[in-house]
Design a protein around this ligand. Structure first.
Ligand SMILES: Cc1ncc(COP(=O)(O)O)c(C=O)c1O
Length: 387
């Protein structure tokens, strides 16, 4: 296996000349995984009848059996979904809520998941409770405290990220699930960023449902996510698209939701082989060390704080943007999106810009194809501001 950084970057199709510091948003798959997905597509096209009727069902379950141990799960409790959005939708739209019920999220919850929760509330008369999480955070207790006060007798569900999107903060899930349990509240975990970025043993977290992406940090081809449910919850959860499998149990319902391209799911084995060849722990520690040192240096150059200490992060960290930007730009989603495009177009830097608490923050990621020099230009451009 080549060295981390420049040499490994050759294994990805990433455009030359761009500093890719935003693996977190969409991931990137190495050539061998893309090739494996292409081989599955060729097999499907060569004989669709044979493929869909006789090859696919067994191969899908085989792929689930390959992925399951990587996340500590049993294959019969784990199904593929297109992405974390689909997994979150499947769970939330399978549950029933009554008027005045409360769904508990946080101010750090992913925007699309917040919209989904609002949609479910609009249809049922339930309401979303979204306590503010002050950033920067200094320790796990702060995160737990900010949620403790938000439970009520009407709380019917806690939705929590395993790794929060705008900050990269890792939530103390075991403690949080115990807190929810003490209130009799079930827990849905949005693990969009977790598989591959941190070690996972999903059942031991004690949550009721867990959805994750493999196309972000597990090197899978895009469109590969999964949903896990506690065994006793399996029968109550249905995919967004109901199809032939309805009533047949979790795997029957999710394994067929209509004709689609299954290649990203079937190529999960190639993704796991890729990460296992390097060593999952080596990947995690390289990325964590790199993002920790890069963000510390950027924070020093910008004279701005990090969203949290390195111990609360995996491979993503956020730094508040310098005053030179905050002074001239409104802290809105539109301004953040525009600024992110400016970084790409004018500087060829892929970096995520988010609004947290009326302030603009930059989130950087580290992946095996990154090297320390990738972060230097961002560090230097920051204090200059837009103009
Ligand atoms: C916390 C969180 N949840 C859900 C998603 C949605 O992921 P996807 O677009 O793959 O469904 C993201 C994407 O970045 C995320 O950060």
């Amino acid at each position: 296996m080549p060295e981390f950084g420049r040499a490994l970057r050759q294994r990805f199709r990433l455009e030359p000349g761009v500093d890719f510091l935003n693996h977190g948003s969409f991931g990137a798959a190495p050539l061998e995984v893309l090739d494996a997905a292409e081989r599955w597509r060729r097999r499907m096209e060569a004989n669709p009848d044979d493929f869909y009727r006789d090859v696919l069902p067994g191969e899908l379950r085989r792929s689930a059996s390959r992925l399951a141990p990587f996340v500590g799960a049993r294959a019969q409790d784990l199904v593929f979904v297109e992405n974390a959005t689909a997994g979150m939708n499947a769970v939330l739209r399978s549950l029933s809520f009554q008027p005045a019920d409360e769904i508990l999220l946080t101010s750090l919850s992913y925007g699309a998941v917040r919209k989904l929760a609002h949609y479910v509330c609009d249809r049922s008369g339930a309401r979303c409770v979204e306590p503010r999480i002050p950033i920067p955070v200094h320790d796990n207790d702060e995160l737990l405290q900010s949620l403790t006060r938000a439970f009520s007798a009407r709380t019917r569900l806690l939705i929590v990220d395993h790794i929060a999107s705008p900050t990269g903060l890792i939530w103390p899930l075991t403690e949080l699930v115990a807190l929810a349990r003490s209130h009799g509240v079930p827990v849905l975990v949005d693990g969009a960023h977790a598989p591959g970025q941190i070690e996972l043993d999903i059942p031991s977290l004690g949550a009721d449902w867990y959805t994750g992406n493999c196309h972000k940090w597990l090197f899978a081809a895009r469109g590969c996510g999964f949903l896990w449910t506690r065994p006793e919850r399996n029968a109550a959860i249905h995919p967004i698209a109901i199809s032939h499998g309805y009533g047949g149990g979790l795997t029957a319902e999710f394994d067929w939701t209509g004709t689609r391209d299954f290649s990203a799911w079937l190529a999960i084995e190639a993704a796991l082989e890729f990460v296992e060849a390097i060593g999952a722990e080596r990947v995690r520690s390289y990325c964590h060390d790199l993002v920790t040192s890069a963000s510390a240096e950027i924070a020093r150059l910008w004279r701005e704080p990090l969203a949290g200490p390195p111990t609360m992060h995996g491979s993503m960290m956020a730094i508040r943007l310098p005053n030179a930007w905050q002074r001239v730009l409104p802290a809105t989603r539109e301004a953040a999106a525009k600024l992110q495009s400016t970084f790409m177009r004018e500087h060829r830097i892929a970096v995520a810009i988010n609004v947290i608490d009326d302030t603009l923050w930059a989130r950087i990621s580290a992946q095996i194809y990154n090297a320390p020099e990738d972060y230097e230009r961002l560090g230097q451009i920051g204090p200059r501001g837009p103009g």
